[in-house]
Design a protein around this ligand. Structure first.
Ligand SMILES: [Cu+2]
Length: 247
C-alpha cells in the first residue's frame, strides 16, 4: 500500500517536455487500451433484449412472459462481429449478441438456431437439459431431457450466481449439431439449423455469466477450451436479469 507520506518522499525528477509528452501518450494509450479491454467484456456490445410478449399465470402467480432468439455459428461472420467477422472470423460464435437482457420474475422462452456441426462433449453431464421449465427442451420439435453427448455442437449454460446476493439461475441446454456434410441452405452461408426451444424462469434482478461447455474452440487450443471458448462475444457472454425498464 502506498501512503501519502510515501508519495511526498518520491524522488524529485526533472522531466523534460518531451518526456512529459511521452508519459501523457503512454498514459493515454493505457486508458484507451483498458477501455477497449472493458469493451470486450460486454458492456459496449449491442444489448440483446428479450422481447416482452405478455403475462403468464403460473402456480406461483402471474409473471412476465418474454422471448429470446439466439443462434450459434461455425464462424463469426453472422453475429455481433459484423459481416467481416471481426478479429477472429474463423472462431465459432453466438449471435446476434452475447450481451443479453431478460426481465426479472419472468418466464423466458428461448429459441436457439444452431448452424454448426457436432463436437462430442467431454462430459455427458452437459448432454442433459437442466433448469428449464418442465425439465426438458424441444429438439427440432421433439421434447427430450437429454441428447446423445456425441451429437452436441454447443451448450447454452448459465452459471450460477457470481455473488451470494443473487438468486440461483442454473440453466444448461445442449444444442445438437447439424450434419457435418450438410449443404448450405438456399440463399444462406450455412446449412439449415437444428432448432432448440426451452423456457426458464427468472427471479429477482441479477447479473450472470453464461457460456458454452462443449469443447468447440478448435484444435489450436488446449482440449478445445481456449480461444472463442474463453472470450466474451464468442462462446461466452453476460446475462442481466431485470433492472432498466423491466416490465
Ligand atoms: Cu460452443
Amino acid at each position: 500500500m502506498t501512503t501519502a507520506s510515501e508519495v511526498t518522499k518520491a524522488p524529485q525528477t526533472r522531466i523534460s517536455s518531451v518526456g512529459a509528452a511521452s508519459v501523457v501518450a503512454v498514459g493515454l494509450a493505457i486508458v484507451v487500451g483498458f477501455g477497449l479491454f472493458l469493451g470486450r467484456l460486454g458492456n459496449n456490445e449491442p444489448l440483446l433484449k428479450a422481447k416482452i410478449v405478455g403475462r403468464e399465470t403460473t402456480s406461483s402467480g402471474v409473471v412476465t412472459l418474454a422471448t429470446l432468439d439466439l443462434a450459434t455459428y461455425p464462424d463469426s461472420m453472422a453475429g455481433e462481429h459484423g459481416a467481416s467477422g471481426g478479429a477472429h472470423p474463423d472462431w465459432v460464435s453466438y449471435g446476434p449478441s452475447t450481451n443479453i437482457w431478460v426481465p426479472a420474475n419472468a418466464i423466458v422462452r428461448v429459441t436457439i438456431r444452431n448452424y454448426d456441426s457436432a463436437t462430442p462433449l467431454n462430459s455427458a453431464f452437459y448432454a442433459s437439459v437442466q433448469g428449464t421449465v418442465g425439465g426438458d427442451a424441444l429438439f427440432n420439435g421433439v421434447a427430450a431431457s437429454r441428447v446423445n453427448a456425441a451429437d452436441v455442437a454447443h451448450t447454452f449454460t448459465i452459471h450460477t450466481y457470481p455473488t451470494a446476493g443473487q438468486p440461483l439461475l442454473d440453466v444448461s441446454v445442449p444444442l445438437p449439431g447439424v450434419a457435418g456434410n450438410a449443404p448450405n441452405a438456399p440463399g444462406s452461408n450455412y446449412p439449415a439449423p437444428s432448432v432448440v426451444t426451452f423456457s426458464f424462469r427468472t427471479g429477482s434482478s441479477g447479473r450472470y455469466v453464461w457460456q458454452c461447455f462443449d469443447p468447440c474452440g478448435g484444435s489450436g487450443y488446449y482440449a478445445g477450451f481456449g480461444g472463442p471458448m474463453q472470450t466474451l462475444g464468442y462462446m461466452a457472454g453476460t446475462l442481466t436479469v431485470g433492472g432498466g425498464n423491466n416490465a
